[in-house]
Design a protein around this ligand. Structure first.
Ligand code: FAD
Ligand code: SF4
Length: 463
């Protein structure tokens, strides 16, 4: 088929912004077959394959795209599946614009090939049309425990089960999936997509025990006493950071994690659920990452008239995915760039009634390489809001570290591991994902889970 010279990506159909800002249904509805083939024919099948090097798990991108052009969508899915265990998730939430797509040759003169949209297309095709036939591996007589059921834990558990290990995942929440279930909202990542991936792990023989807080109900030492020969800790970074400004104890101030968990996991937005949630008139979300975008867009969907994103740097420094920022703007979220909060004010009953902010300007680059925001003197101003959501980052919860002798963490609370083996400072305990890196991405967590599975296998076979 001839190369499609179209300079822009084939657009993906989306719900109208006004309609979708009042519902939790998925924003983008995905490519049709014709759209997918049209987009796939933009790929030049480059010899040196720069896009593959941009993918953290090295998906053979031109090969899966070639299968789409040939109409072999299941073949395309199988190419992706060789290196990525959660294609339907990654096709939706990976920051392709800074990974594979930034390397795409078509991006030099126009827009890169829409690799993420094509990945989502083939994953959705597979889910709708192909019945998975899982062949369980013969058990090898060894047992491994996995703490946490986010992308790191799920990937590690799946890979070990395929090698014949008897794997049990221990998850603190009542539902498995980690951030994919409790953090990322339904309108970006439908929960049935995540649960489908989890049920295929169960088909592989992985046991999942929910409501099991390791470090409280059972310790890691007790897991070893129970006969597990190695433990993988993929407990994420679920402890929210706060701003450390006066007024954070007022009613109506909460972390984005709590706000999102109440909605995504505890269905506070649905009438048939009792979960309480504040439906504010006017909300300030402090932060500039994906978590801030998700919290702001959820607040809008709960009915808040004004939703402000307060971010201390400029738009180009925002860490959120471009697509999410674009969608948030379309839905009416207002962005206050170069603005930082200094105090939250309340009324006589202790409810938030405004947030005091200052204007910032960008100075010299800091240790992260980004220009440091510097306060402009006498720029204080008030923003009338009745809710403030802090979305300024998360750290690993210290529970596991504090309850496990010999497990060491760095000053950010991240578990210390040997980079080659992913073994922690406690023999037989491996770790990966956000618990080690701090808040990062789904694909990096999956990559760590994959590496840990190989290292755990080596470790057990050498015992
Ligand atoms: P998690 O997904 O955090 O899973 C850890 C699991 O461990 C949780 O289920 C937790 O309940 C469980 N756990 C914790 N402690 C214990 C314990 N003591 N005992 C038992 N279980 C325990 N990344 C992207 O790539 N794209 C995005 O668009 C994106 N959006 C995001 C939006 C939000 C709101 C958030 C919060 C994060 C987002 N991320 C995104 C980041 C991404 O989700 C994480 O980097 C990724 O989920 C980390 O995976 P993980 O497996 O390490 O941890
Ligand atoms: Fe296709 Fe772009 Fe990869 Fe080249 S860099 S093979 S055009 S996706």
């Amino acid at each position: 088929m001839a190369i499609n010279k179209q300079n822009e990506k084939t657009p993906m159909p989306e719900q109208d912004p006004i309609v979708r800002a009042a519902n939790f249904d998925e924003v983008s509805t995905g490519y049709t077959t014709e759209m997918a083939i049209n987009e796939a024919t933009r790929c030049l099948d480059c010899k040196h394959r720069p896009c593959v090097g941009g993918c953290p798990v090295n998906i053979e991108i031109p090969d899966f795209i070639k299968c789409i052009i040939q109409g072999d969508f299941e073949g395309s899915y199988q190419v992706i599946k060789q290196t990525n265990s959660l294609p339907a998730v990654c096709g939706r939430v990976c920051p392709q614009e800074s990974q594979c797509e930034i390397k795409c040759v078509r991006g030099i003169k126009g827009e890169p090939v829409a690799i993420g949209r094509l990945e989502r297309f083939v994953a959705d095709y597979h889910m709708k049309n192909v019945e998975d036939t899982v062949k369980r591996a013969k058990l090898n007589g060894h047992r491994v425990a996995v703490v946490g059921s986010g992308p790191a834990g799920l990937t590690c558990a799946g890979d070990l089960a395929k090698m014949g290990y008897e794997v049990t995942i221990f998850e603190a929440f009542h539902t498995a999936g980690g951030v994919l279930m409790y953090g990322i909202p339904e309108f970006r990542l439908p929960k049935d997509v995540v649960q489908k991936e989890i049920s295929s792990l169960r088909d592989l023989g992985v046991k999942i025990e929910t409501n099991m807080v390791i470090g409280k109900i059972l310790s890691i030492e007790e897991l070893f006493e129970d006969g597990f020969e190695a433990v993988f800790v993929g407990s994420g970074a679920g402890l929210p950071n706060f701003m450390g400004i006066p007024g954070e104890g007022l009613l109506g101030v909460m972390s984005a994690n709590e706000f999102l968990t109440r909605i995504n996991l505890m269905k506070a937005h649905l009438d048939e659920y009792d979960t309480p949630i504040r439906r504010a008139h006017s909300v300030a979300v402090v932060g500039g990452g994906n978590v801030a975008m998700d919290a702001a867009r959820c607040a809008k969907r709960l009915g808040s008239e004004s939703v402000y994103v307060v971010y201390r740097r400029g738009e180009s420094e925002m860490p959120a995915r471009l697509e999410e920022v674009h969608h948030a703007k379309q839905e009416g979220i207002e962005f206050l760039f170069l603005t930082a909060p200094v105090e939250i004010h309340g009324d006589a009953e202790g409810n938030v009634n405004s947030i005091e902010c200052v204007k910032m300007e960008l100075g010299e680059p800091d240790a992260s390489g980004r220009r440091r925001p510097v306060e402009i003197k006498d720029s204080n101003h008030l923003l009338d809001v009745d809710m403030v959501i802090a979305a300024i980052g998360n750290s690993p919860n210290p529970l596991i570290r504090m309850s496990t002798p010999g497990l060491e963490a760095n000053r950010r609370g991240c578990l210390i591991v040997n980079e080659d083996t992913l073994m922690t400072t406690r023999d037989g305990v491996f770790a990966g994902g956000d618990a080690v890196t701090g808040a990062a991405t789904v694909i990096l967590a999956m990559g760590a889970g994959k590496q840990a599975a190989m290292e755990i296998d080596k470790y057990i076979q050498e015992q």
